[in-house]
Design a protein. Structure first.
Length: 409
Protein backbone atom coordinates (compact mmCIF):
# COMPACT_ATOMS: atom_id res chain seq x y z
CA UNK A 1 0.00 0.00 0.00
CA UNK A 2 1.36 3.42 -0.97
CA UNK A 3 -0.02 6.73 0.25
CA UNK A 4 -0.03 9.48 -2.35
CA UNK A 5 -1.56 12.93 -2.06
CA UNK A 6 -0.96 15.16 -5.08
CA UNK A 7 0.59 18.57 -4.48
CA UNK A 8 0.05 21.08 -7.28
CA UNK A 9 2.09 24.08 -8.38
CA UNK A 10 0.58 26.71 -10.67
CA UNK A 11 2.85 29.19 -12.44
CA UNK A 12 1.38 32.07 -14.43
CA UNK A 13 3.59 34.41 -16.48
CA UNK A 14 6.62 33.08 -14.61
CA UNK A 15 5.18 33.68 -11.13
CA UNK A 16 4.32 30.77 -8.87
CA UNK A 17 0.86 31.29 -7.37
CA UNK A 18 1.19 31.17 -3.58
CA UNK A 19 -1.88 33.10 -2.45
CA UNK A 20 -4.41 30.98 -4.35
CA UNK A 21 -5.70 27.43 -3.90
CA UNK A 22 -6.52 25.05 -6.72
CA UNK A 23 -10.27 24.45 -6.60
CA UNK A 24 -10.40 22.12 -9.60
CA UNK A 25 -9.06 21.73 -13.12
CA UNK A 26 -9.38 19.55 -16.20
CA UNK A 27 -6.68 19.08 -18.82
CA UNK A 28 -7.38 17.29 -22.11
CA UNK A 29 -4.96 15.99 -24.75
CA UNK A 30 -5.10 14.07 -28.03
CA UNK A 31 -8.11 12.62 -29.82
CA UNK A 32 -11.02 10.28 -29.12
CA UNK A 33 -9.86 7.40 -31.28
CA UNK A 34 -7.30 6.30 -33.86
CA UNK A 35 -9.35 7.48 -36.84
CA UNK A 36 -9.55 11.15 -35.77
CA UNK A 37 -7.10 14.01 -36.12
CA UNK A 38 -5.34 15.25 -33.00
CA UNK A 39 -6.86 18.35 -31.43
CA UNK A 40 -4.98 21.05 -29.48
CA UNK A 41 -4.72 20.33 -25.77
CA UNK A 42 -6.66 22.63 -23.47
CA UNK A 43 -7.15 23.34 -19.80
CA UNK A 44 -9.95 24.71 -17.62
CA UNK A 45 -8.64 25.85 -14.25
CA UNK A 46 -10.33 27.36 -11.21
CA UNK A 47 -8.31 29.10 -8.48
CA UNK A 48 -9.70 30.25 -5.15
CA UNK A 49 -8.36 33.15 -3.10
CA UNK A 50 -9.94 33.61 0.34
CA UNK A 51 -8.35 36.99 1.16
CA UNK A 52 -10.38 38.86 -1.44
CA UNK A 53 -7.49 39.70 -3.74
CA UNK A 54 -7.01 38.46 -7.26
CA UNK A 55 -3.77 37.67 -9.15
CA UNK A 56 -3.27 39.53 -12.40
CA UNK A 57 -3.72 37.22 -15.37
CA UNK A 58 -3.50 38.53 -18.92
CA UNK A 59 -4.56 36.92 -22.17
CA UNK A 60 -1.70 34.95 -23.78
CA UNK A 61 0.15 34.63 -20.46
CA UNK A 62 1.96 31.32 -20.18
CA UNK A 63 0.46 28.97 -17.60
CA UNK A 64 2.24 25.92 -16.22
CA UNK A 65 0.54 23.23 -14.12
CA UNK A 66 2.71 20.76 -12.24
CA UNK A 67 2.08 17.96 -9.76
CA UNK A 68 4.37 15.94 -7.52
CA UNK A 69 5.20 12.36 -8.45
CA UNK A 70 5.73 9.51 -6.00
CA UNK A 71 9.15 10.86 -5.04
CA UNK A 72 7.78 14.36 -4.39
CA UNK A 73 9.37 15.81 -7.52
CA UNK A 74 7.25 18.16 -9.62
CA UNK A 75 6.37 16.95 -13.12
CA UNK A 76 4.56 18.93 -15.79
CA UNK A 77 0.95 18.18 -16.61
CA UNK A 78 0.30 21.14 -18.93
CA UNK A 79 1.86 24.26 -20.41
CA UNK A 80 -0.26 26.60 -22.50
CA UNK A 81 -1.34 30.12 -23.34
CA UNK A 82 -4.21 31.77 -21.51
CA UNK A 83 -7.18 32.13 -23.87
CA UNK A 84 -9.87 33.24 -21.42
CA UNK A 85 -10.09 34.74 -17.92
CA UNK A 86 -13.22 34.95 -15.76
CA UNK A 87 -12.81 36.78 -12.44
CA UNK A 88 -15.57 36.55 -9.83
CA UNK A 89 -15.90 37.94 -6.31
CA UNK A 90 -18.55 36.67 -3.91
CA UNK A 91 -20.66 39.73 -3.09
CA UNK A 92 -18.96 41.92 -5.69
CA UNK A 93 -17.82 45.25 -4.32
CA UNK A 94 -17.42 44.04 -0.74
CA UNK A 95 -13.92 43.74 0.70
CA UNK A 96 -12.56 40.51 2.14
CA UNK A 97 -14.77 38.23 0.05
CA UNK A 98 -13.56 35.05 -1.67
CA UNK A 99 -12.30 35.49 -5.19
CA UNK A 100 -12.69 32.77 -7.81
CA UNK A 101 -10.54 32.98 -10.92
CA UNK A 102 -11.44 30.75 -13.86
CA UNK A 103 -8.77 30.38 -16.53
CA UNK A 104 -8.94 28.71 -19.93
CA UNK A 105 -5.71 27.88 -21.73
CA UNK A 106 -4.69 26.16 -24.98
CA UNK A 107 -1.63 24.01 -25.71
CA UNK A 108 0.97 24.42 -28.43
CA UNK A 109 -1.13 22.93 -31.25
CA UNK A 110 -3.50 25.86 -30.77
CA UNK A 111 -0.84 28.08 -32.36
CA UNK A 112 -1.44 26.37 -35.71
CA UNK A 113 -5.10 27.38 -35.64
CA UNK A 114 -4.17 31.05 -35.20
CA UNK A 115 -1.42 31.25 -37.82
CA UNK A 116 -1.02 30.64 -41.53
CA UNK A 117 1.61 28.94 -43.64
CA UNK A 118 2.21 28.03 -47.27
CA UNK A 119 3.48 31.42 -48.44
CA UNK A 120 6.32 29.63 -50.24
CA UNK A 121 6.17 26.58 -52.49
CA UNK A 122 6.87 23.12 -51.07
CA UNK A 123 8.70 20.35 -52.96
CA UNK A 124 7.61 16.71 -53.07
CA UNK A 125 8.90 15.23 -49.82
CA UNK A 126 8.21 12.76 -47.03
CA UNK A 127 5.34 13.56 -44.69
CA UNK A 128 7.68 14.23 -41.75
CA UNK A 129 9.73 16.67 -43.81
CA UNK A 130 6.51 18.47 -44.80
CA UNK A 131 5.44 18.80 -41.18
CA UNK A 132 8.88 20.20 -40.31
CA UNK A 133 8.61 22.73 -43.13
CA UNK A 134 5.15 23.92 -42.04
CA UNK A 135 6.13 24.22 -38.38
CA UNK A 136 9.34 26.09 -39.22
CA UNK A 137 7.32 28.58 -41.23
CA UNK A 138 4.62 28.88 -38.57
CA UNK A 139 6.64 28.95 -35.35
CA UNK A 140 9.49 31.20 -36.48
CA UNK A 141 9.86 34.10 -34.05
CA UNK A 142 10.38 37.22 -36.14
CA UNK A 143 11.54 40.59 -34.81
CA UNK A 144 8.05 41.99 -35.25
CA UNK A 145 6.64 39.27 -32.99
CA UNK A 146 8.38 40.85 -29.98
CA UNK A 147 7.06 43.74 -27.94
CA UNK A 148 7.88 47.18 -29.32
CA UNK A 149 9.40 48.14 -25.94
CA UNK A 150 11.61 45.04 -25.79
CA UNK A 151 15.37 45.72 -25.68
CA UNK A 152 18.52 43.64 -25.25
CA UNK A 153 18.83 45.09 -21.73
CA UNK A 154 15.74 43.06 -20.83
CA UNK A 155 17.72 39.87 -21.44
CA UNK A 156 20.36 38.15 -19.33
CA UNK A 157 22.08 35.25 -21.09
CA UNK A 158 19.88 35.00 -24.18
CA UNK A 159 21.12 35.67 -27.70
CA UNK A 160 19.24 36.05 -30.97
CA UNK A 161 20.05 32.40 -31.64
CA UNK A 162 17.66 31.56 -28.78
CA UNK A 163 14.84 32.90 -30.92
CA UNK A 164 14.02 31.85 -34.48
CA UNK A 165 12.07 28.56 -34.64
CA UNK A 166 10.95 27.56 -31.16
CA UNK A 167 8.63 24.97 -29.70
CA UNK A 168 9.31 21.88 -31.86
CA UNK A 169 9.58 18.42 -30.31
CA UNK A 170 10.67 15.27 -32.17
CA UNK A 171 9.58 15.19 -35.82
CA UNK A 172 9.84 11.74 -37.40
CA UNK A 173 11.14 11.55 -41.00
CA UNK A 174 7.92 10.14 -42.42
CA UNK A 175 7.15 7.07 -44.53
CA UNK A 176 5.14 8.44 -47.47
CA UNK A 177 5.92 10.96 -50.21
CA UNK A 178 3.48 13.88 -50.38
CA UNK A 179 2.82 16.11 -53.36
CA UNK A 180 4.69 19.28 -54.17
CA UNK A 181 2.59 22.34 -53.38
CA UNK A 182 2.57 25.80 -55.02
CA UNK A 183 2.74 28.86 -52.80
CA UNK A 184 -0.72 29.57 -51.37
CA UNK A 185 -1.43 30.83 -47.86
CA UNK A 186 -3.66 28.61 -45.74
CA UNK A 187 -4.33 28.02 -42.06
CA UNK A 188 -1.32 26.15 -40.70
CA UNK A 189 -3.45 23.58 -38.88
CA UNK A 190 -5.21 22.64 -42.13
CA UNK A 191 -1.87 22.06 -43.85
CA UNK A 192 -0.53 19.88 -41.06
CA UNK A 193 -3.84 18.03 -40.77
CA UNK A 194 -3.97 16.90 -44.40
CA UNK A 195 -0.32 15.89 -44.12
CA UNK A 196 -0.77 13.79 -40.99
CA UNK A 197 -3.88 12.14 -42.42
CA UNK A 198 -2.09 11.28 -45.67
CA UNK A 199 1.03 10.12 -43.85
CA UNK A 200 -0.95 8.04 -41.31
CA UNK A 201 0.89 9.82 -38.52
CA UNK A 202 -0.26 12.10 -35.74
CA UNK A 203 0.62 15.53 -34.42
CA UNK A 204 0.82 16.02 -30.68
CA UNK A 205 1.60 18.76 -28.21
CA UNK A 206 3.78 18.17 -25.17
CA UNK A 207 3.47 19.19 -21.54
CA UNK A 208 6.21 21.81 -22.09
CA UNK A 209 4.45 23.63 -24.97
CA UNK A 210 6.06 21.96 -27.96
CA UNK A 211 4.65 20.33 -31.09
CA UNK A 212 5.79 16.95 -32.36
CA UNK A 213 4.95 14.53 -35.14
CA UNK A 214 4.91 10.74 -34.99
CA UNK A 215 4.98 9.10 -38.41
CA UNK A 216 3.29 5.83 -39.34
CA UNK A 217 6.26 3.80 -38.11
CA UNK A 218 6.85 5.25 -34.64
CA UNK A 219 4.47 3.06 -32.66
CA UNK A 220 5.62 -0.11 -34.44
CA UNK A 221 9.30 0.67 -33.98
CA UNK A 222 8.91 1.69 -30.33
CA UNK A 223 6.10 -0.67 -29.45
CA UNK A 224 6.87 -1.21 -25.74
CA UNK A 225 9.19 1.75 -25.19
CA UNK A 226 6.46 3.61 -23.27
CA UNK A 227 4.64 0.65 -21.76
CA UNK A 228 2.13 1.23 -18.96
CA UNK A 229 1.06 -1.99 -17.24
CA UNK A 230 -2.18 -1.60 -15.30
CA UNK A 231 -4.32 -4.04 -13.36
CA UNK A 232 -8.01 -3.72 -14.18
CA UNK A 233 -8.76 -3.82 -10.44
CA UNK A 234 -7.28 -0.30 -10.21
CA UNK A 235 -9.82 1.11 -12.66
CA UNK A 236 -12.31 3.17 -10.66
CA UNK A 237 -15.13 3.27 -13.22
CA UNK A 238 -16.81 0.90 -15.63
CA UNK A 239 -14.60 -0.62 -18.32
CA UNK A 240 -16.43 -0.29 -21.60
CA UNK A 241 -15.34 -1.70 -24.95
CA UNK A 242 -16.44 -0.29 -28.31
CA UNK A 243 -17.16 -2.48 -31.32
CA UNK A 244 -19.10 -0.95 -34.21
CA UNK A 245 -19.68 -1.42 -37.92
CA UNK A 246 -18.56 2.17 -38.49
CA UNK A 247 -14.99 0.95 -37.93
CA UNK A 248 -15.25 -1.70 -40.68
CA UNK A 249 -14.02 -0.91 -44.17
CA UNK A 250 -13.50 -3.78 -46.62
CA UNK A 251 -13.32 -1.86 -49.89
CA UNK A 252 -11.34 1.35 -50.21
CA UNK A 253 -10.34 3.78 -52.92
CA UNK A 254 -7.23 5.88 -52.25
CA UNK A 255 -7.12 9.09 -54.27
CA UNK A 256 -3.62 10.50 -54.82
CA UNK A 257 -1.37 12.50 -57.17
CA UNK A 258 -2.27 15.58 -59.24
CA UNK A 259 -4.18 15.17 -61.50
CA UNK A 260 -5.98 12.68 -59.28
CA UNK A 261 -5.35 8.98 -59.72
CA UNK A 262 -6.98 6.14 -57.79
CA UNK A 263 -6.02 2.72 -56.45
CA UNK A 264 -8.54 0.29 -55.01
CA UNK A 265 -8.26 -2.66 -52.63
CA UNK A 266 -10.80 -4.94 -51.03
CA UNK A 267 -10.98 -7.68 -48.41
CA UNK A 268 -13.09 -10.50 -49.85
CA UNK A 269 -13.33 -12.41 -46.56
CA UNK A 270 -14.66 -9.35 -44.78
CA UNK A 271 -17.15 -8.67 -47.58
CA UNK A 272 -18.47 -12.22 -47.24
CA UNK A 273 -18.85 -11.80 -43.47
CA UNK A 274 -20.16 -8.23 -43.19
CA UNK A 275 -21.29 -7.16 -46.64
CA UNK A 276 -19.75 -4.42 -48.75
CA UNK A 277 -18.57 -1.45 -46.66
CA UNK A 278 -16.73 1.10 -48.80
CA UNK A 279 -14.75 4.25 -48.17
CA UNK A 280 -12.99 6.84 -50.33
CA UNK A 281 -9.85 8.44 -48.88
CA UNK A 282 -8.59 11.64 -50.46
CA UNK A 283 -4.87 12.17 -49.86
CA UNK A 284 -1.93 14.27 -51.00
CA UNK A 285 0.19 11.17 -51.61
CA UNK A 286 2.47 11.48 -54.62
CA UNK A 287 3.49 7.90 -55.42
CA UNK A 288 1.51 4.88 -56.63
CA UNK A 289 3.49 2.50 -54.43
CA UNK A 290 2.52 4.46 -51.31
CA UNK A 291 -1.15 4.66 -52.25
CA UNK A 292 -1.18 0.93 -53.00
CA UNK A 293 0.42 0.05 -49.65
CA UNK A 294 -2.07 2.20 -47.76
CA UNK A 295 -5.05 0.71 -49.61
CA UNK A 296 -3.91 -2.86 -48.94
CA UNK A 297 -3.15 -2.25 -45.28
CA UNK A 298 -6.37 -0.31 -44.79
CA UNK A 299 -8.71 -3.13 -45.78
CA UNK A 300 -6.56 -5.65 -43.92
CA UNK A 301 -6.70 -3.99 -40.51
CA UNK A 302 -10.19 -2.52 -40.88
CA UNK A 303 -11.78 -5.50 -42.59
CA UNK A 304 -12.42 -7.17 -39.24
CA UNK A 305 -13.79 -5.09 -36.34
CA UNK A 306 -11.40 -4.71 -33.40
CA UNK A 307 -12.51 -3.80 -29.90
CA UNK A 308 -11.19 -0.57 -28.41
CA UNK A 309 -11.69 0.82 -24.92
CA UNK A 310 -14.02 3.79 -24.65
CA UNK A 311 -12.51 5.03 -21.41
CA UNK A 312 -10.14 3.80 -18.72
CA UNK A 313 -10.24 5.93 -15.58
CA UNK A 314 -7.89 5.62 -12.62
CA UNK A 315 -7.33 7.65 -9.48
CA UNK A 316 -3.62 8.13 -8.84
CA UNK A 317 -4.36 8.56 -5.13
CA UNK A 318 -5.50 4.92 -4.98
CA UNK A 319 -3.42 3.37 -2.19
CA UNK A 320 -3.36 0.01 -4.00
CA UNK A 321 -1.41 1.56 -6.88
CA UNK A 322 2.35 1.10 -6.88
CA UNK A 323 4.66 4.08 -7.26
CA UNK A 324 5.99 2.64 -10.52
CA UNK A 325 2.52 2.49 -12.08
CA UNK A 326 1.65 5.93 -10.73
CA UNK A 327 4.76 7.56 -12.16
CA UNK A 328 4.30 5.79 -15.50
CA UNK A 329 0.77 7.19 -15.68
CA UNK A 330 2.09 10.69 -14.96
CA UNK A 331 4.17 10.33 -18.13
CA UNK A 332 1.26 9.28 -20.35
CA UNK A 333 1.46 10.35 -23.99
CA UNK A 334 0.21 9.28 -27.41
CA UNK A 335 3.26 7.00 -27.56
CA UNK A 336 2.06 5.09 -24.48
CA UNK A 337 1.07 1.45 -24.91
CA UNK A 338 -1.43 0.44 -22.22
CA UNK A 339 -1.44 -3.21 -21.15
CA UNK A 340 -4.59 -3.73 -19.09
CA UNK A 341 -4.59 -7.09 -17.30
CA UNK A 342 -7.15 -9.08 -15.27
CA UNK A 343 -10.09 -7.94 -17.41
CA UNK A 344 -13.17 -10.14 -16.93
CA UNK A 345 -13.22 -12.73 -19.74
CA UNK A 346 -16.88 -11.92 -20.30
CA UNK A 347 -15.74 -8.52 -21.56
CA UNK A 348 -12.54 -9.54 -23.37
CA UNK A 349 -12.03 -13.33 -23.80
CA UNK A 350 -8.23 -13.09 -23.56
CA UNK A 351 -8.45 -11.39 -20.15
CA UNK A 352 -6.13 -8.57 -21.21
CA UNK A 353 -6.03 -5.68 -23.67
CA UNK A 354 -3.17 -3.94 -25.48
CA UNK A 355 -3.79 -0.55 -26.99
CA UNK A 356 -2.29 2.86 -27.57
CA UNK A 357 -3.49 5.91 -25.68
CA UNK A 358 -5.13 8.23 -28.21
CA UNK A 359 -6.34 10.88 -25.80
CA UNK A 360 -6.60 11.54 -22.09
CA UNK A 361 -8.07 13.93 -19.54
CA UNK A 362 -6.62 14.87 -16.17
CA UNK A 363 -9.10 15.87 -13.48
CA UNK A 364 -7.40 17.72 -10.64
CA UNK A 365 -8.92 17.94 -7.16
CA UNK A 366 -7.54 19.05 -3.83
CA UNK A 367 -6.76 15.51 -2.72
CA UNK A 368 -7.28 13.49 -5.88
CA UNK A 369 -5.82 13.24 -9.34
CA UNK A 370 -7.82 11.24 -11.90
CA UNK A 371 -6.76 10.17 -15.36
CA UNK A 372 -9.21 9.06 -18.06
CA UNK A 373 -7.74 7.52 -21.21
CA UNK A 374 -9.23 6.64 -24.60
CA UNK A 375 -7.39 3.58 -25.89
CA UNK A 376 -7.41 2.15 -29.43
CA UNK A 377 -6.62 -1.43 -30.34
CA UNK A 378 -2.88 -1.67 -30.98
CA UNK A 379 -3.45 -3.47 -34.29
CA UNK A 380 -4.43 -0.16 -35.91
CA UNK A 381 -1.00 1.33 -35.16
CA UNK A 382 1.13 -1.66 -36.13
CA UNK A 383 2.65 -1.79 -39.58
CA UNK A 384 3.04 -5.33 -40.88
CA UNK A 385 6.63 -6.57 -41.05
CA UNK A 386 7.56 -7.14 -44.67
CA UNK A 387 10.11 -9.70 -45.92
CA UNK A 388 12.24 -6.92 -47.36
CA UNK A 389 12.46 -5.32 -43.91
CA UNK A 390 14.87 -8.07 -42.83
CA UNK A 391 18.60 -8.20 -43.48
CA UNK A 392 19.16 -10.13 -46.70
CA UNK A 393 21.68 -12.37 -44.91
CA UNK A 394 19.16 -13.66 -42.35
CA UNK A 395 18.31 -17.34 -42.89
CA UNK A 396 15.52 -19.35 -41.32
CA UNK A 397 18.02 -21.77 -39.75
CA UNK A 398 19.48 -18.87 -37.77
CA UNK A 399 16.16 -18.20 -36.06
CA UNK A 400 14.57 -19.98 -33.14
CA UNK A 401 13.03 -23.31 -34.14
CA UNK A 402 9.62 -22.20 -32.93
CA UNK A 403 9.59 -18.95 -34.91
CA UNK A 404 6.96 -18.72 -37.65
CA UNK A 405 6.40 -15.99 -40.21
CA UNK A 406 3.11 -15.29 -38.46
CA UNK A 407 5.07 -14.49 -35.29
CA UNK A 408 6.74 -11.46 -36.86
CA UNK A 409 3.94 -10.04 -38.96
Amino acid sequence: MTIYTPTYRITIAGTVQTSTTLEDATITYGRNDFFEATQPSYCNLELLNLDGTSPTVELLDTILIEVTNSAGTYVKLFTGEVSGVYNRFAGAGLGGKPNTLQIQAVGALGLLVKRYAGSVSYPEELDGARITRILAETLFTAWEDLSGTFTWNDLTTETWADYGVQGIDTIDPGRYEVLARPAQVEQAYNLTDVTQQSGLGYLYDTTDFKIGYADAERRSENYTANLIELDANLVNADIQTRLQTADIVNSVVIQYDDPVLEVEAQNDTSINNYGLLQEIRSTILAETVDATEQATNFVNYRGTPKASLEEVTVNLANSDMTNTVRDNLLGVSMDSLLYLDNIPVGLIPEGYFEGFCEGWTWTLGRNNLELSMSVSNSIYSTLDVQWEDYNALIQWQNLDNATRWLDVI
